[in-house]
Every structure is written in structure tokens, then in C-alpha cells.
Design a protein around this ligand. Structure first.
Ligand code: PMP
Length: 369
């Protein structure tokens, strides 16, 4: 099984053996070289003092934000037609802020419902406008109807459902702007920005720590916010003020900046996408080859590369499986509360060593019966 990666610093046998690898979906691991840099930055960041107390009003923080925006645009190939905002409130806040900022004169918004998070987004939008659910049929794939752009402001999709492991490899084609929740697969896939009205992602899974939400917004959609929207949550006001209407999450920006730098040095988006694909293939291959023990949750064409969800064929085995995981130095395999089963997150910072250990657990457990 090929699990070495050009993006991984080779772990020493001793360090690797003593490490517990955590696969929880809630927060992604940071690459080891980034953690080292951040640890040093807590004492001094670029000669400006501790990263923990960098004043947001100074030139150093302005430069940090400019540089992070520029790196994000380079890595994700975001064109000039779109702006990048650094906000707070997590992806959950965006469930409200997308309708509040984008509805304009339209009375309707459409939601492609693929699982837990898209349903949550739709329910929240239902507080502000009429919502039209677009059913997703796993047999036929996503058939998205043609919407009248004068009536329907956007079509919301969750590119990767973190809870049930369903990923839209191709985003739907439609005449209205897409609003995409990319929280659990941003920076692992290419995006065709010409179809995107807004894309958002909380950074704690892909490339950072909690506190920073990145919003990419098409500039011509700015300025539609309802009058009662707080200024800190008005995309146009934040855009006009370089995301500095209030104190930005400076430390979370420093971490994201360091991860983006690491991504660029490691070969950019295509290297991330290839590595995530390769690692997920390793895991699905073991799940498939041990089909009497495991069942992947999503249909093959929609299996997530970043949220690998599976169940055990025999429910009675579940407790023993988690015990075996512990013995292998693995934690965080419990599935989402709504979906149950097991789940292994495979984010940008997941190492090949972690996946190697996981594959060992899966085949050992299946073979010992
Ligand atoms: N969308 C998706 C796809 C998620 O996975 C999550 C968190 N698991 C959220 C939204 C909510 O993110 P937050 O906790 O940052 O609000």
C-alpha cells in the first residue's frame, strides 16, 4: 500500500509509535512543521512579539491579512471577481448570513439537501425567506432544476457532508449563483468560481484552529444585505473595510497563514487534492476488501475523500472495535451523533502515518473476526 507523501515530514519510528492518531471530524490535525512554527510564534512572530497578543490595529496585522488573502487567492485560484472575507461565528453563522446578505429582492432560496449540515443550513434560512428543498436521489445523482433567477436568489449546496460522508464531486450546474458550504473539503478540491456566488468555510477542519471563517463572495453580489444586518456581518461593510470592522481573530489568522504557506511549499491545491484522494483510496480499499466486516455509508460515486463514514456489519462488534482502535493508538472514530456508525476524517493535515495505522486497524480487526 503506497502511503508515503511528499508533503509529509518522515516521522521517526519512536515518535510515530508513541503518537495517538485522532480522526475526529470536529477539528483537523495541523501538519507537524506548522505546529513547530506556531509554537515558536507564540514567543515571537516575525519580530513583532508574541502571536498570542499581536495588536490588530498595527501594520503587522494588516500585512498578515493581506498576505493570508493573497495566499488563499493563489492556492484556490480565486479570481478578481470575488473578494475574500475573514469573519467569525463559524459556518453556522453563515447559515443565517448567506440569506441575510444575498436575498436582496428575491423571496426564495433553494437548498440541495444531502444530509445533516445542508438540512441545518436550510432550516436556518427558513427563518428569513421561503426555502425550496431540492431532493437528492443517490441513485440518479443530483438533478438540479432550472431556477428563475428573478425569484430564487441562490442554490445552496454542502460540498461535503461531514456527518454522513457524502461528497459532491461535481457541483451542480444552474443559472443562479451557488452558495457553497465547503467547511469540510475546502483546499482539497478545485473550484469553478464562475458559478459561485458565495463559498464559506470554518477553518478548524481544513487548515486552522477555531475562530476564523473564510467567506469568498462575488463582488457584484455585495450590497444586498437587509438593513437590520449587524455591520460586522454585512459582507459589503466587511469587504469595504478589509475584514477589519471589528477585531479579527488574529491568532487563528496566523495559523491559517502558516498552513497556507506550508500548502504552497508542498505543491499547492493539486498536491493537497492528490494526497487526500490517495489516502482515502487506501482506506476505502481496505473497507472493500473486508466487506464482511465493514460497509461504507455513501454510494461509491459520492464517497467523501475527507469524511470516511462506515458501519460495522455486526452491531455487536462496535464496542470491541473501539477498544481495538484504542489499542492501536487511534481515537476519534465515533460517527456523528445524527448518523451513528464510524467515521475517519482525512483532512489536509492528516498524515500518511495516521492513515497507515488506520488501515492496519481495519484489516487486523476484520481478520481476527
Ligand atoms: N458545515 C459543515 C459541513 C460542518 O461540518 C460543520 C461543523 N462540523 C458546520 C457547518 C458547522 O461549523 P461551525 O461549528 O464552525 O459553526
Amino acid at each position: 500500500m503506497a502511503v508515503s507523501s511528499p508533503t509529509d515530514a518522515p516521522p521517526s519510528a519512536a515518535t510515530e509509535a508513541n503518537t495517538t492518531f485522532d480522526f475526529s471530524a470536529a477539528a483537523g490535525p495541523l501538519p507537524a512543521p506548522v505546529i513547530e512554527r506556531i509554537a515558536a510564534a507564540c514567543h515571537d512572530w516575525r519580530g513583532c512579539g508574541s502571536a498570542l497578543c499581536l495588536p490588530f490595529s498595527g501594520e503587522a496585522c494588516r500585512e498578515l491579512m493581506r498576505d493570508t488573502r493573497a495566499r488563499m487567492c493563489r492556492v484556490l485560484a480565486i479570481p478578481e471577481t470575488h473578494d475574500v472575507l475573514f469573519l467569525q461565528g463559524g459556518a453556522s453563522a453563515q447559515f443565517s448570513l448567506v440569506p441575510l446578505n444575498l436575498l436582496g429582492q428575491a423571496a426564495l432560496a433553494a437548498y440541495l439537501v444531502t444530509g445533516h449540515w445542508s438540512r441545518r443550513a436550510m432550516e436556518e434560512a427558513g427563518r428569513y425567506c421561503e426555502v425550496r428543498a431540492v431532493d437528492w436521489n443517490d441513485a440518479s445523482g443530483a438533478e438540479v432544476p432550472w431556477f428563475d433567477a428573478r425569484r430564487v436568489a441562490y442554490l445552496h449546496v454542502t460540498s461535503n457532508e461531514t456527518a454522513n460522508g457524502l461528497q459532491l464531486r461535481e457541483l451542480p450546474r444552474t443559472s443562479i449563483p451557488l452558495a457553497i458550504d465547503m467547511t469540510s473539503d475546502v483546499l482539497t478540491r478545485r473550484v469553478d468560481w464562475s458559478s459561485v456566488g458565495v463559498a464559506y468555510a470554518a477553518m478548524q477542519k481544513a487548515i486552522g484552529v477555531p475562530g476564523l471563517t473564510v467567506v469568498v463572495i462575488r463582488r457584484d453580489l455585495l450590497g444586498r444585505a437587509r438593513p437590520a444586518v449587524p455591520r460586522v456581518f454585512d459582507y459589503a461593510v466587511q469587504s469595504a473595510n478589509d475584514s477589519r470592522v471589528n477585531t479579527p481573530p488574529v491568532f487563528a489568522l496566523i495559523v491559517t497563514n502558516a498552513v497556507l504557506e506550508w500548502i504552497e511549499a508542498a505543491g499547492g491545491l493539486s498536491a493537497m487534492s492528490t494526497a487526500v484522494e490517495r489516502r482515502s483510496r487506501c482506506v476505502y480499499r481496505v473497507l472493500e476488501s473486508c466487506a464482511s466486516a465493514y460497509l461504507p455509508v455513501a454510494p461509491a460515486a459520492f464517497r467523501s475523500r475527507t469524511s470516511i463514514c462506515f458501519t460495522l456489519r455486526r452491531v455487536a462488534d462496535v464496542a470491541r472495535f473501539f477498544e481495538a482502535a484504542k489499542a492501536h493508538g487511534i481515537s476519534g472514530l465515533t460517527g456523528h451523533a445524527d448518523a451513528g456508525g464510524c467515521r475517519a476524517a482525512n483532512y489536509v493535515g492528516t498524515s500518511d502515518a495516521a492513515i497507515h495505522r488506520l488501515c492496519g486497524l481495519l484489516s487486523d480487526f476484520a481478520n481476527r473476526g
